[in-house]
Design a protein around this ligand. Structure first.
Ligand code: NAD
Length: 312
């Protein structure tokens, strides 16, 4: 397979590059290195099956020139920071919706019709305390990041309906693991390195979310891609357990070998405006295709903490 991968220098994207290259696929990674890092892909630079292009997806004319002769586009690039929308209200419009439009339009003019997209559980926003299936609606996100994801899903659906594209859309739970550069684990480790006596925890610590280990997410995406043939293939990627923010803080403290750390909660049920404090995804649709997370949410968090500490 010849794959074009946006966000290929990022946390999840670089793991996808590793996996595709290990299978013998041809991969072109396209990334502006805003949050991605060269060190995540430089081990492939001498491999003639790997190409890296440093460029911005907002530049549609360059994108049209570069997306040529690929079997599939994995569109993984986005602003990864859910919290930024509160301060920068255009960010997810550009990095979620416009960038996705550019990718789709560049595909259209080059007659490439298969797209795999990394969406998020945040499109569901606040739901009843049940495992939420892909058929749940209405989907009315409460963050700009979630709005960007839902807009991107809508654009993908429009290109499918109008230009006969085929799509695989994955709504991920929180993804953790080695090369993680953002999110609650990285935040806690950074804060405790600066002050090992005290840890600021956003919200009341009871936010309860599912965490998935990154290699499992990659396997799930490829499993769905290779075993589903609808025009739009929409999947939740999650598992049936979750982890509270306070539990993550305790695990980080344990793994750093710290004692008597005072947890200081900022209070409120959300970590920040637009934060969804609790969700559970029903992953039975992708489970039926043969993918199931092997790690529980706690195990994924523990493994990620150890790996991030070992590599910092
Ligand atoms: P990341 O920041 O590590 O990866 C995003 C990559 O996209 C980075 O390498 C960045 O440099 C690149 N990028 C951003 N804007 C770009 C632009 N305009 N042009 C070119 N490159 C650009 O984040 P991640 O955690 O690996 O997330 C990957 C995808 O998965 C994102 O779409 C994110 O929204 C989605 N997602 C992540 C999680 C999670 O928990 N990490 C959960 C749900 C969905």
């Amino acid at each position: 397979m010849k794959a074009f991968l946006t966000g290929g220098a990022g946390f999840i994207g670089s793991h996808l590059v590793d996996k595709l290259i290990s299978r013998g696929d041809d991969v072109t990674a396209y990334d502006n290195l805003t949050s991605g890092k060269k060190q995540f892909f430089e081990h492939h630079l001498k491999n003639d099956k790997f190409t890296f292009i440093k460029a911005d997806l907002l530049d549609l004319s360059q994108l049209k020139k570069e997306i040529k002769d690929f079997d599939v586009v994995f569109h993984i690039a986005a602003n990864p920071f859910v919290r930024l929308g509160e301060k920068q209200t255009r960010l997810d419009l550009e990095q979620g919706a416009i960038v996705t439009y550019n990718v789709l339009e560049a595909m259209r003019v080059n007659d490439i019709k298969k797209i795999v997209f990394s969406s998020s559980s945040v499109v569901y926003a606040e739901t009843p305390p049940l495992a939420i299936p892909e058929t749940y609606g209405p989907t009315l996100p409460i963050s700009f990041y979630g709005a960007g994801k839902l807009a991107a899903e809508g654009l993908i659906s429009a290109f499918c309906g109008t230009f006969d594209f085929q799509a695989w859309i994955y709504r991920f739970a929180n993804v953790v693991g080695i090369r993680g550069t953002h999110g609650v684990i990285v935040d806690f480790i950074d804060k405790l390195k600066k002050n090992p006596k005290e840890l600021e925890i956003l919200g009341d610590g009871n936010q309860q979310k599912t965490y998935l280990y990154v290699s499992e997410v990659i396997d799930g995406m490829l499993q769905g891609y290779e075993h589903s043939t609808d025009q739009i293939n929409l999947f939740n990627l999650g598992c049936d357990s979750d982890t509270t923010v306070t539990r993550i803080a305790e695990m980080v403290v344990e793994e750093m070998g710290l004692k008597d750390v005072e947890f200081k909660y900022t209070g409120g049920k959300r970590g920040w405006p637009g934060d969804v404090p609790r969700f559970q995804l029903d992953a039975s649709k992708i489970n039926k295709l043969g993918w199931k997370a092997k790690y529980t949410s706690d195990e994924a968090v523990r493994k990620a903490i150890r790996e991030i500490l070992d590599n910092s």
